[in-house]
Design a binder for this molecule. Sequence first.
Ligand SMILES: Cc1ncc(COP(=O)(O)O)c(C=O)c1O
Length: 455
Amino acid sequence: MNGSKHNPLCSGASPEKVTSDLELLVDFQEQGVSLKELRQMIEERLLPHFMQYDKPEFQSLFNFFPEKAANFGAKIAIDYNQGTTNWQVSPGAVMLEELCCQSLCRLFGLSQEADATFMYCGTYSNQSALYLALHWTAEQHGFDFAKKGIQGFEDPTRLVAITSREAHFSLKHALRIMGLGEQSLVTLPVDENYRIDIKNIEEILKELQDIYDVFCFVATAGTTSSGSVDPILPIVKICKEAGIWFHVDGAYGLAYSLVPEKRHLFSGIEQADSITWDPHKQFGVPIPNSLLFVRRREDLYRSAVYGDYWNRREDPEPNPGLKSPPSTRPLSALPLVTSIRYLGMEKIIQRLHAPLVAIKTVYENFLHSQAIELCHEPDLGILCFRVTPEGFPKKQLDQLQQSVYDKTKVEGKRSISLTKIDNKIVLRLVIINEDITAEDIMETISYIRALANEF
Ligand SMILES: Cc1ncc(COP(=O)(O)O)c(C=O)c1O
């Protein structure tokens, strides 16, 4: 860990103050300045406003300080500025990406036919998955989606993707960009732990199929708000029977399928048609770094666009540029490879496991508390709760959570987050850093309770 426990996590400065500090940096002038001056400007004006993800008081988001060997790999990738589009660009980078994707498929227990492509971030991985799902569905309808687009469907207004109401908003982005609009996302109810409620799911799906053309079912393995893992195995079976593409958004959660104690939550995931994973969330690789896995390698080529001078159909060598849209692609595989090789899987699994234990311990500590209302039993490393001081008016509890959260931002001592669950405003702790103990989390909750008593 860098830095002392007692320094603020961030300046807590207002947008006006941050603006006035940074204006000099973007004052683009005729003459340049030395690197020494630049460094000084950055140290004095920019760094104080950075968030220090490596401190134990940072318990709010998926951001993580880079792991040292990941940094090592990232620096080499940047120093050589290697692209990975195709063989012509860099044989070494291309083959490393290809081999890394295959190794990751094996690591996550996917079949020999599976493959993966590096993406910029989870949002784009989900978007590509929905595209592949539409493309595959069009094929079942007897036309090429790449050529005809949504007009190829008899009635495009009937197309929908279904998911839980706790799914990430990137699915809405994807549907907007694909020209289907948010109205084509149907959301299902959840159980008391915010997982898709599979009670009567077959009947619900049948009813939906009477009204709509369901082209994709998205389960989330680790929801953003509460880290809940949807029941994958029953859903994958239903999707197979119904002939629907099944995508798992494991942007946050997939990594925890490597932890033996959590493996059961991911049962059936190897049968999913596609899976999103963000190594930048808890693998300590520099942002951005994401992957899209597919069960059948050939499905990735649904995205392929061939060129005359670039990404040619007849090129014999491997070509990551055909597997997903970006044409200029960074060597995202290298930091992941160096980090995994440096740490080894045993250490990686320990690093993933520790925050899960810490969160579970805190959950159990507060199970019978009157001062904290727990919102769910955590599946992974996220805990949502409300502070409920004795005698505080119930109707004002939403406002109280908001005020506590606002105060933490200004004080900059501890970083927590805020979300909405069941239409209630709740506080949220996300633990990614393996050095954060249950005591560190308890300290945060004590701090939050002290703040709540001020209102
Ligand atoms: C479940 C889930 N899916 C998708 C995303 C989007 O990922 P990214 O922020 O890498 O675009 C997130 C981000 O937190 C997420 O939690």
